[in-house]
Design a protein around this ligand. Structure first.
Ligand code: ZN
Length: 294
């Protein structure tokens, strides 16, 4: 084999040309069998209208083209796993314009790390006396501001078991993928605080500031009510709320937990939280003239 400098340069040029042509190749479609399998695994995706499913498929295909999946601790992330994650991650973007435009919401990161089970995150905080405390927290997912998303496949899997949706009275509202990507959306205007960027026309508001005021007034009140309900259930044996009680830990968590239920069990969410359902409907299904922008 000739390894002269000229040959090496020619091979390098050929590789560069091949790489460039790969990057302008048309988007690969998600294979039909794989896509149908994903729809059948998640009842809330199967219930979408045909046109919505087609759009979600296109969004997920583009998402997969621009994201990199990493399996932690030897986990192999299969195509089926990646498509399932992509479809759920893209669900909140479904009515936010064309795929290129909608996916700008997720353009601040590339990596998605999938752990086989729970992950342990090292945490630290400084108390009022200035003393640093360190502790380990077991987590099922994590979204980092302008950074990657971590998901536990064990938690993703818990949201895909059909029995969790079929057994009356035991329906789970939990969905770690929607939860973490709701945080990513929330984080587009700074740290997660339960208020994502809102367009000026949101709920008839005259400005983005006014939209934020409307949002925070409703969500703040709902969060306090929910928090109280969780405290009464945990300390005094009251009726536990329908929504995951983890939502009582912070306004940002309440928003993420509410998004899970909004997309996974819409009818029940509408009954339990009619005001929040109206706000989430206005956010995730806006008029074309007032699309939210990241
Ligand atoms: Zn969270």
């Amino acid at each position: 084999m000739d390894t002269s400098p000229w040959q090496r340069i020619r091979r390098k040029i050929r590789r560069l040309i091949m790489r460039a042509s790969a990057s302008i190749a048309p988007l690969p479609e998600i294979p039909a069998a794989l896509w149908l399998c994903t729809l059948n695994t998640y009842p809330f995706l199967a219930e979408l209208e045909l046109a919505e499913q087609a759009k979600l498929r296109a969004l997920a295909a583009r998402f997969l083209q621009h994201k990199r999946f990493h399996g932690a601790h030897g986990l192999i992330v299969t195509d089926a796993m990646a498509v399932e994650i992509a479809a759920q991650a893209c669900l909140p973007l479904l009515h936010w314009g064309e795929p290129v435009q909608a996916l700008r919401w997720y353009d601040d990161f590339v990596g998605i790390v999938v752990h086989p089970g729970e992950a342990v995150a090292r945490r630290e905080y400084r108390d009022e006396a200035g003393v640093m405390h360190y502790y380990d927290e077991v987590i099922m997912g994590e979204a980092m501001e302008k950074g990657p998303v971590m998901l536990s496949w064990q938690a993703v899997d818990a949201g895909r078991r059909p029995h969790a949706h079929n057994a009356p009275g035991t329906q789970s509202t939990m969905n770690v993928v929607i939860h973490e990507f709701a945080h990513k959306i929330d984080m587009r205007n700074g740290s997660a605080d339960g208020c994502p960027p809102l367009p000026p026309g949101f709920m008839g508001a005259g400005s983005a500031r006014e939209a934020r005021r409307i949002w925070q007034a409703h969500w703040g009140q709902a969060y306090e009510t929910f928090r109280e309900q969780v405290i009464i259930a945990q300390r005094f044996g009251g009726q536990p709320p329908w929504l995951d009680d983890y939502g009582a830990s912070a306004p940002a968590e309440f928003f993420a937990v509410a998004c899970e239920a909004f997309f996974v069990q819409r009818q029940r969410f509408d009954q339990e939280f009619p005001k929040l359902a109206g706000l989430l409907e206005a956010l995730f299904h806006p008029e074309a003239s007032s699309l939210p922008k990241p």
